[in-house]
Design a protein around this ligand. Structure first.
Ligand code: ATP
Ligand code: MG
Ligand code: MG
Length: 536
């Protein structure tokens, strides 16, 4: 459905919102500050931004902070950072907690209208009754009793804490979301913004339609698994409009939830990994968080193109990671600089009998097809380093190509008792044609200024592609999702900065996680998936 998205613009869909016209659309992105944003949230934020721009309307950012047990201001800070990193610009920032006084006022009016009642049925029993469609005994309480209990709830008293407020809706409705949903309940926890001011908090089901409407949201986008709850949203809004004259209508519009193979997206589950030290915080490169994916080397343009290419489809499909990494590779490959690295373990010297007596330094472009990437120095020396794996593949007398230099004929190969190549002797044969050689070898000069590298590669955190309802994710944790090899790199890598993207010849794409800080501590490079080989 979606047309292609050029980097930097939001692309164009052939989708429209119902009842929308230019200048009359307000959308909102309402994250709960209970974790960092992940790529699913990025989709929601970008779609909301897309519609706001498309209709020359407004985008609100609202922290949905109705649950003091889960929220922290650290998350607010990080979400603001994530939103900025996604290039999402909003017209207004608000908090659901700004509306606690109005919500309490509205609740009182709803009690007086008979739309809300206080219920102290024990949780388990309430769950059973809701399942069976049985009305609670409390449903018959008088308005006066309900108002009195409401006062107890606001005070957080013992009586208050036993009760919750419920909408008098339809206990017999086949749609369970309509079976007297809860509107408010007590929570003694300190709220990160309002402290101890409130003892009772509105539920999402109550707060969302009220605040959407009072803030002037015209189109509330929600993921399609909430479709069962659309009717509930409209009914609650209608009751609120009766209690609070002048509240405008809101249109719901749903889109598909983004899910990926081998990946958890629920903030609660991601938080489990963080709290149990299974990852390196919320920005871990194995996490689907915006910051984790950036750290892994995903570019904003790639994320945007991927998300917009899904457009308005309402089908929840389990996405493969390859797709997004293939887009990413297409973006980084033409522009990133090329460097050379040789694995540290058992690297081998090749002595070139007719090689340069003293080091020869030449300048070569960092990316032959992209001059702005700059130039680098390549040093040719009489002894060069080769990878053990490459050395092991060479046959005595074979002509090979030293990349960006020329051919050489390997005359003599020494091996240890266990068969590893320990030394090679050869002769440059620069007249030789590289088209005739089978082996094109990465090499580095034997000099003192090579830089130490640590190459990190990652796998999925989960071993199962798709977790079923009955699966518990703890049973499918990949025991080895990160591994490291040490290597040495060409001297030009000294100047790499944190966040730089590069390609190591024959090894793939990497992002600098830690640049060279001290001569002895290695540059830490994270492998960027390229959509081939493995899917991570
Ligand atoms: P989580 O399970 O990660 O906590 P959530 O829906 O509870 O997700 P919110 O902070 O409430 O998280 O979500 C903010 C917005 O992002 C909502 O509009 C929600 O629909 C949307 N959203 C959350 N997860 C996804 C997803 N995987 N794909 C698309 N949109 C999502
Ligand atoms: Mg939520
Ligand atoms: Mg959630």
């Amino acid at each position: 459905k979606a047309a292609s998205a050029a980097p930097g613009d939001t692309g164009s869909f052939e989708i429209d919102l119902p009842n929308a016209s230019e200048g009359n659309v307000t959308t909102r992105f309402p994250p709960e500050p209970s974790g960092y944003l992940h790529i699913g949230h990025a989709k929601a934020a970008m779609l909301n931004q897309y519609f706001a721009q498309h209709y020359k309307g407004r985008l609100l950012l609202r922290f949905d902070d109705t649950n003091p047990s889960k929220e922290k201001d650290e998350y607010v800070e990080q979400i603001l950072k994530d939103v900025a990193a996604l290039g999402v610009k909003y017209d207004k920032l608000s908090y659901t907690s700004n509306f606690f006084p109005q919500l309490a006022d509205c609740a009182e009016r709803l009690i007086k209208l008979g739309h809300l009642y206080a219920d102290d049925t024990p949780v388990e029993q309430m769950r059973l009754e809701r399942g069976e469609g049985t009305e609670s005994a409390c449903r018959r309480r008088s308005k006066e009793d309900n108002l009195q209990i409401w006062e107890e709830m606001k005070a957080g008293s013992e009586v208050g804490k036993k009760n919750c407020l419920r909408f008098r809706m339809d206990m017999a409705n086949p749609n369970k979301a309509l079976r007297d949903p809860t509107a408010a309940r007590c929570n003694p926890t300190h709220h990160w913004r309002t402290g101890q001011t409130y003892k009772v908090y509105p539920t999402y089901d109550f707060a969302c339609p009220f605040v959407d409407s009072i803030e002037g949201v015209t189109h509330a986008l929600r993921t399609s698994e909430y479709r069962d709850r659309q009717e509930q949203y409209y009914r609650i809004l209608k009751m609120c409009q009766e209690a609070w004259p002048g509240l405008p209508d809101v249109h719901l519009w749903d889109f598909s939830r983004l899910t990926f193979v081998n990946t958890l997206m629920s903030k609660r589950k991601l938080d489990w990994f963080v709290r149990n030290g299974r990852v390196d915080g919320w920005t871990d490169p194995r996490f689907p968080t915006v910051q984790g994916l950036y750290r892994r080397g995903l570019q904003l343009e790639a994320m945007r193109e991927f998300i917009l290419s899904q457009g308005a489809s309402k089908n929840v499909t389990l996405m493969e990671w390859d797709k997004i990494w293939t887009i990413n590779k297409r973006i980084i490959d033409p522009v990133c600089p090329r460097h050379t690295a040789i694995s540290d373990s058992q690297r081998v010297k090749l002595h070139l009998t007719n090689g340069p007596q003293s080091p020869e330094v030449i300048s070569v472009p960092k990316n032959k097809k992209h001059p702005p990437a700059g130039i680098k120095a390549t040093t040719k020396t009489q002894d060069v380093w080769l990878e053990q794996a490459d050395a092991a593949a060479i046959k005595e007398g074979e002509e090979v190509t030293l990349m960006d230099w020329g051919n050489a004929i390997v005359k003599d190969i020494e091996r240890s008792a266990s068969g590893e190549v320990t030394h090679l002797m050869g002769e440059l044969h620069l007249e030789g044609n590289f088209k005739t050689t089978k082996l094109k070898l990465t090499w580095l000069p034997v000099t003192r200024d090579l830089v130490p590298l640590e190459l990190h590669d990652f796998d999925h955190l989960l071993t199962k592609k798709k977790l079923e309802e009955e699966d518990s994710f703890e049973d499918f944790i990949n025991p080895c999702s990160r591994w490291t090899v040490s290597a040495v790199g060409d001297a030009n890598m000294r100047s790499l900065q944190k966040g730089d993207i590069l390609q190591l010849e024959r090894k793939g794409y990497f992002r600098v996680d830690v640049p060279l800080l001290k001569p002895t501590s290695p540059i830490i490079l994270f492998a960027i998936p390229d959509g081939r080989v493995r899917s991570q």
